[in-house]
Design a protein around this ligand. Structure first.
Ligand code: ARG
Length: 271
């Protein structure tokens, strides 16, 4: 119908004007990410559910579901936007790409901020800050007292992670083994095929609590910016970022992410 078309056109013009009025920058004015999400009524979040307590698979009422602290945060964001949350599970090395090619609206996967990544993505404000640790077999925990002790050892990292980049740049005396799934890396550790796995401290703590033979090595890593957990958005998502940052500010003010992590620890993970 012509009339409908005119209405749509008018709506588009109004939306365009609002957008132009809202954004002070002069970046291209394609449809805003936020409007697109509201229009479809769904927030699609890419994640890699191999990283408890951030995101993992668990049996909920007999059904296999993706749960975790990040998922609770994503749900809060979806609620705030008034849309449904759709979790899109995949391997970690595909998570960021899926935001880049528009298959997902956001990525939330214990993602660490990095300047390199910031060239390609917009990032939310930091919602959590932690440091990296080395998960090892218990008998090696004291021995690996600093990073020098890694020389000649097999060090596993997750493919596509900041730990992989860090290890390649700073721990090159070790033999670096990049694996797709975190669980795979931990299995290699238990089997003695690798000597240590570099990962975020809450994730390592989770493995230790479930495996009497595993421990966190003495070696310490600096808490750097690159350990800030952030949500990845497509470049040019200023309006979506503003909404997400509001939720994050609220979560941080209440210390709610710690509560999410604690709640996540009550689920039983399925491998
Ligand atoms: N800190 C890391 C990064 O952003 C690791 C995140 C891994 N997340 C996961 N769900 N497996 O690169």
């Amino acid at each position: 119908m012509k009339f409908n078309k005119i209405l749509t056109l008018a709506a588009t013009v109004v939306a365009g004007l609002t957008l132009a009025a809202c954004s002070s920058s002069t970046t291209e004015s394609s449809k805003s990410t936020l409007d697109a999400i509201k229009e479809k009524g769904t927030l699609v979040a890419a994640t890699s559910p191999d990283y408890a307590p951030f995101e993992f698979q668990a049996l909920v009422d007999g059904k296999n579901e993706v749960v975790g602290a990040d998922i609770m945060l994503a749900q809060k964001i979806a609620d705030e936007l008034g849309v449904k949350l759709e979790i899109s599970p995949m391997n970690f090395d595909n998570v960021l790409t899926s935001v880049q090619n528009g298959k997902a609206d956001i990525a939330i996967a214990g993602i660490s901020y990095s300047e390199e990544r910031a060239k390609t993505f917009d990032f939310s404000e930091e919602y959590y800050l932690i440091s990296d640790v080395l998960l090892v077999n218990k008998d090696k925990a004291d021995q690996i007292k600093d990073t020098n002790a890694l020389a000649g050892l097999n060090l596993a990292v997750q493919k596509g992670s900041t730990q992989e980049t860090y290890a390649k740049e700073n721990l090159s005396s070790a033999k670096i083994v990049s694996l797709t799934l975190m669980g795979e890396a931990v299995n290699e550790l238990k089997a003695g095929k690798v000597d240590a796995v570099l990962m975020d401290s809450p994730v390592a703590a989770g493995y230790v609590s479930q495996n009497a033979d595993l421990a966190i090595a003495k070696a310490e890593f600096p808490t750097i910016d690159e350990n800030s957990k952030v949500i990845a958005l497509p470049k040019g998502s200023a309006d979506l970022k503003a909404e997400i940052d509001k939720v994050i500010a609220d979560v941080k003010a209440k210390g709610e992410f710690d509560a999410f992590l604690e709640k996540a620890a009550t689920y039983t993970a399925v491998e």
